[in-house]
Design a protein around this ligand. Structure first.
Ligand SMILES: C[S@@+](CC[C@H](N)C(=O)[O-])C[C@H]1O[C@@H](n2cnc3c(N)ncnc32)[C@H](O)[C@@H]1O
Length: 815
């Protein structure tokens, strides 16, 4: 981190000194891409398909996936277990995962995935009772048992006697997570009953209390006025282009575009981001604005094949979206239940049942071997249930999914591989360790026999890589599993190896079929904790956040810089705002009841019925402490704090950054920018302005807010003195993890002005919302909105700083 920053002599700019000095960065006021009706699916990225499918999907609709909410709660989701990721776990997390490159989402490296004996599995497996869709011997190996209680989760095959460490993604602790699908004969009891399952999906102790409550204030910054960075009220360039029709970067033209009907949600592809023509909030981006260089949009020819393909793809994405919506709703219900009494049934399983009812016909008719139309190599799935939803691997099938042919023989059609790639491994070759035979004479059975049949008949097998990220510490190790579709493989050969224990292990060699798209994603390294050579902090918030905020540095031994962690804005005594007047909606707020808070919002709920803010607004009034409505009121969203698991991590070129470990649906509240409230003059005097965020100044700067402003009573009077001389939040010495969120020219967050605990529009809360669906492991970013060539040092010289966001739309300079 550099100190000093954009210091400017207060007088350097004449009357509006701040303006000249500071390119105020970080403005909200941006336009959602949803305004662009088209949904674009990404094409190749670096020679490979991207991991954005899940995003796309969600783009359409919505919802949160298992990961997200699991995290939501206590971060207990992932179960740890002393088992480590199998081979290659890699080396810790690290690197600039999200920002460098569009889809840098997940990332992994190539690796020979070299599975070792026991790697992906087992032998005497047990299927816990209640597994409705799995029958004994179904997809599994020898000597399997079925235990009670586990319904449909396809999860529980566990090898007798196998060490946890042999089972990637397997958790044997009480916290255990079932989603890894592997299971082991360990303590899944809880899971069966749903107890531990909840840990995985809702957070262990169901700390979902405030799961979807409010959002705090919002702010606007006036460009001219605000000196520093971090102002709300700005519109990313691509967002603007989406309105204007301009776009750039044709080289990143998506493979195809779906024009209709995906959903209310905005497209998410980075490649579809048009070039910005000028900032909605006043043209901060002087370079672009001055030059007016936005190229005219090029029309892409879409032929019939493209159209057909896009429809198929759309169908897949729609299913996934539907599933996520169902799942999200169930999570919310689960949250309510948790508040009341105990745990319920795993929502992902229930969601899948509901989904199946709705889409049963489709699934039944689904072609089941070979590639699945509409599913692309590199597509990312957030849970095993999602694999089933799109048809690449049935939920009840554990590691190997197989089908019965007419002649009665079984054919393996897909494998979920938990072999973790290491740094130099290749995805081209895969070893799958099947069941363990008691004697060398024993016949192949179940899934192993199906794999042999696939080998004999040259039947391609879909391979889904289950990438396990460990992110806890020794005491509370946790895992995050993300599934990436790797393409078709052929089973080349199989052999039996004698283990030290005298048993024979069925080992299958699979080779990736040539001619497929490269599978070159980088995988978050999942190094064994004990050999991790970086630094790791379990919770940088020290328990102040509902969800722990871990910090990891896998590129050096440097710990997160010291600062005082606070979870609420620090108001100097003299500026402490008064509590607002509240509404009287005892039974809950509604537009028809003329809720006083909704009236302040212009007569409408600012959020949709699942708490999403789908479009930035000049200001949002949430219900607050004086209101009579319950905490579950739909008009309380950002005030309930973070619900996604987020992690500070050391990037290669931008210092520390923040990434999500969960899937974050578009429109979701992510976090607040917390720090010390300062008057502008005071902020100007601070030597280090790297963590300053100008607030409350830009309500009237955004042309497209004009209509909305007319409906918000508090903004009727036009710019006030405070617009010129307002406040800033400084997170340098005290703040929350949001201080580590880096800038990107194609950000995935936007700041929103929100008020809930006071009514002073010059000091709204800065609440970040997801500008798009954000997949797990993606770095979070927002646009600092610096005005190029308008940042000065203390001698009045223009300061320049290169931008390392890595976006295709990068302007090259931070300021
Ligand atoms: C609010 S801090 C963000 C957290 C910071 N990376 C850290 O380690 O504390 C802003 C500073 O991060 C760095 N930074 C953020 N985004 C950047 C980008 N896209 N390119 C280069 N540096 C960036 C710059 O040094 C900037 O002044």
């Amino acid at each position: 981190m550099e100190g000093g920053g954009a210091r400017v002599s207060p007088m350097a700019c004449g009357a509006r000194r701040h303006k000249a000095l500071a390119p105020w960065r970080f403005q909200s006021a941006f336009v959602r891409r949803e305004t662009n009706p088209g949904v674009v699916f990404d094409g190749d990225l670096c020679g490979s398909e991207t991991l954005q499918m899940s995003c796309d999907t969600a783009a359409g609709g919505g919802l949160s996936d298992s990961l997200s909410h699991r995290g939501g709660v206590d971060g207990e989701l992932q179960v740890p277990g002393d088992n480590e990721a199998p081979k290659g776990g890699g080396g810790g997390v690290g690197g600039d995962y999200g920002l460098d490159g569009v889809d840098g989402d997940l990332v992994a490296k190539e690796g020979d995935l070299a599975a070792k004996v026991g790697d992906s599995l087992p032998k005497d497996c047990e299927i816990h009772e209640g597994l409705e869709n799995a029958k004994e011997g179904d997809s599994l190996p020898n000597d399997c048992e079925i235990h009670e209680g586990l319904k449909n989760n396809g999860i529980t095959t566990v090898p007798h006697g196998a060490k946890p460490s042999n089972l990637p993604g397997l958790n044997c602790n009480a916290d255990a997570e079932e989603r890894n699908f592997v299971g082991k004969d360990c303590n899944l009891e809880g899971s069966r009953t749903g107890d531990d399952a909840e840990s995985n999906f809702v957070g262990k102790d169901c700390n979902l209390e405030d799961f979807r409550t409010g959002v705090p204030g919002l702010r606007k910054g006036r460009k001219a006025v605000a000196p520093w960075r971090f102002q709300t009220g700005y519109k990313p360039k691509w967002a603007q282009d989406s309105l204007s029709g301009n776009r750039s970067g044709e080289t990143e033209e998506p493979a195809f575009t779906v024009r209709a009907g995906l959903s209310k949600r905005a497209p998410v592809m980075a490649s579809n981001r048009p070039c910005l023509k000028g900032s909605a909030s006043g043209g901060q981006r002087s370079l672009k604005v001055q030059k007016g260089t936005s190229p005219a949009p090029k029309k892409r020819k879409v032929d019939k094949d493209d159209h057909r393909i896009s429809l198929v793809r759309e169908n897949v994405l729609t299913k996934l979206r539907e599933f996520r919506i169902i799942y999200k709703k169930l999570l919310e219900e689960e949250e309510v239940k948790c508040r009341g009494k105990g745990h319920g049934v795993r929502p992902d399983i229930v969601a899948f049942d509901i989904f199946r009812e709705r889409f049963s016909a489709d699934n039944d008719n689904m072609r089941y071997d070979g590639s699945i139309p509409g599913v692309r190599i590199g597509d990312v799935f957030n849970s095993a249930m999602e694999l089933s939803v799109v048809g690449i691997h049935r939920a009840q099938s554990l590691l190997v999914d197989h089908i019965k042919k007419k002649d009665g023989t079984c054919l393996a059609v897909s494998i979920v591989s938990y072999a973790q790639p290491s740094a130099f491994d290749s995805f081209d070759f895969l070893l799958h360790v099947g069941s363990v035979a008691a004697t060398c004479d024993q016949k192949l059975e179940g899934a192993d026999m199906a794999l042999q049949e696939s080998m004999d008949t040259d039947t391609p097998v879909r391979v889904i890589h289950a990438l396990v990220t460990e992110f806890g510490d020794d005491c509370r190790p946790k895992q995050l599993t993300t599934y990436v579709y790797g393409g078709l493989y052929l089973v080349e050969k199989f052999h039996r190896e004698k283990t030290a224990g005298g048993q024979y292990v069925n080992t299958f060699h699979l080779r990736r079929m040539s001619g497929q798209k490269q599978f070159n994603i980088q995988v978050l390294k999942t190094k064994k904790l004990e050999s991790f050579d970086g630094t790791f902090t379990v919770d940088t918030s020290g328990g102040l956040e509902k969800v722990p905020i871990s910090a990891i540095n896998s590129i050096s031994n440097e710990y997160l810089v010291a600062f005082r962690y606070i979870s609420q804005i620090q108001y100097p005594l003299k500026y402490r705002p008064d509590p607002p007047s509240g509404c009287d909606c005892v039974g809950g707020c509604s537009v028809s009841q003329k809720c006083a808070c909704l009236v302040k919002n212009g007569g409408e709920f600012p959020y949709n019925d699942i708490g999403e803010n789908l479009e930035d607004k000049p200001l949002i009034y949430e219900c607050g402490p004086s209101c009579k409505c319950p905490p579950t009121c739909r008009n309380r969203v950002s005030q309930h704090g973070i619900k996604f698991r987020l992690q500070a991590f050391k990037t290669n070129s931008m210092g520390w950054g923040v990434r999500t470990l969960d899937f974050i649906p578009y429109g979701s509240f992510v976090c607040e920018y917390i720090g010390e409230l300062l008057k502008d003059e005071e902020a100007q005097k601070r030597k280090n302005d790297e963590y300053l965020f100008a607030i409350g100044k830009n309500y009237h700067d955004v042309p497209r807010w004009k209509a909305q402003i007319k409906t918000i009573p508090s903004l009727q009077n036009g710019p006030t003195e405070d617009d010129e001389n307002g406040f800033a939040v400084d997170a340098l010495n005290q703040g929350n993890f949001a201080r580590f969120i880096n800038h990107s020219c194609t950000p995935n967050l936007y700041p929103q002005n929100v008020l809930h605990d006071h009514d002073n529009i010059s000091m709204p809360h800065i609440m970040f919302f997801a500008y798009e669906d954000i997949p797990p492991l993606k770095e979070l970013s927002y646009d600092y909105n610096y005005e190029i060539d308008k940042v000065y040092d203390s001698d009045g010289n223009i300061k320049m700083k290169p931008c390392f966001c890595g976006s295709a739309e990068c302007t090259g300079r931070l300021y």
